[in-house]
Design a protein around this ligand. Structure first.
Ligand SMILES: [Zn+2]
Length: 341
């Protein structure tokens, strides 16, 4: 049996062919975040025969993930496996020809360049803006294409960023949204099929890039709502040449000048998440979003929110103290989920 046997249906496509398949087998990609988007992306890349796939995630699997995170099962939860490790185990059974590298880590300014700099492509499976800005800085700096994707409720969007050819993520969004100002899947929910659509659109563009078919990229920001059956293609324009990242080479997230950073609080079962910048949190808005998830109280000085065994206390400048853990990665996850950054 030839090594290409398993890819016959893919090679039959004029868009791929044997030459395209050989390129995929020699290619490599990093999937940042292995939740809903990331599991579909990693599964598609490995089945398609992308030669080396790195999977990065800081989290463990929970029961409420199984509704949409297609690589995990109840046994993985019973075994207490990190997502990256469980995904790698499953994917090796599906395609043993692919080299799969699980990395259990919180992507941060200290490790992001190592995570992205030895691959041909980076795909976004994260759930927060901060990581995307950081990945954008690192990819623009190293000239590595990356594919943005995000889903919430029943809709999502995606676009390809080829550094210095297309607008970058920072061209589109100059600043990070204020802490607590955006909705998250943990406060409004997410529809599994909507995730699968966005992940599939990401991977399709990814395969084009990995086969060297840049000219076939659609070059649009795609917005899709699975519930209403809407798909919009928005033309992107590179603006005035003043983008801090791709025009001026100022990588503020990479240099950790903006964004959040956690610090353990000594002697307490708690972690503080600090936020750089001048953001102000609107407590009434945040409380309204969190009300459906758990008990919330607030006054002028702080907002307190209880979920599972954790207590989150948020201050007007976005700083938060998260009680119930000493693990900084857990604290960052809770912050991204419920406050949103
Ligand atoms: Zn830019």
């Amino acid at each position: 049996m030839s090594a290409l046997e398993r890819y016959t249906r893919q090679m039959l496509l004029a868009e791929v062919g044997e030459a395209g398949q050989e390129k995929l087998l020699a290619a490599s990609a990093t999937v940042i975040g292995c939740g809903a988007l990331g599991t579909v992306i990693a599964s598609s890349l490995v089945r398609a025969g992308v030669g080396r796939v790195k999977i990065v995630d800081r989290d463990y699997i929970e029961l409420n993930n199984l509704q949409r995170q297609i690589l995990f099962d109840e046994e993985d939860i019973a075994r207490g496996l990190p997502k990256a490790v469980a995904a790698a185990e499953r994917l090796r059974k599906i395609n043993s020809q692919v080299e799969i590298e699980p990395i259990v880590a919180d992507v941060n300014p200290g490790n992001v360049e190592e995570i992205i700099s030895d691959v041909d492509l980076v795909l976004d499976g994260t759930d927060n803006f901060e990581t995307r800005f950081l990945v954008n800085d690192a990819c623009v700096k190293h000239g590595i294409p990356w594919i943005y994707g995000a889903v919430i409720a029943t809709y999502g969007m995606t676009m390809v960023i080829v550094p210095h050819c297309t607008p970058c993520f920072r061209c589109l969004l100059a600043k990070m949204p204020a802490p607590g100002s955006t909705r998250t899947c943990d406060t409004v929910g997410v529809l599994g099929p909507a995730v699968n659509i966005v992940a599939s659109l990401e991977v399709t563009e990814g395969l084009k890039l990995l086969m060297g078919k840049e000219e076939e990229l659609h070059g649009r920001l795609i917005y899709v709502d699975a519930w209403t059956g809407t798909l919009e293609r928005l033309e992107l324009e590179k603006k005035d040449g003043l983008c801090p990242a791709c025009d001026l080479g100022r990588f503020e997230f990479l240099e950790a000048r903006v964004g959040s950073y956690p610090t353990s609080l000594c002697g307490r079962e708690a972690v503080q998440v600090n936020v750089r910048g001048e953001a102000r949190v609107s407590f009434p808005d945040l409380a309204e979003r969190l009300n459906s998830v758990g008990p919330v109280t607030f006054n002028d000085y702080m907002l307190r929110f209880l979920v599972d065994s954790y207590e989150l206390t948020i201050f007007p400048d976005g700083r938060a103290i998260i009680k119930g853990t000493t693990d900084e990665a857990v604290a960052r996850t809770l912050y991204a989920r419920y406050i949103g950054l």
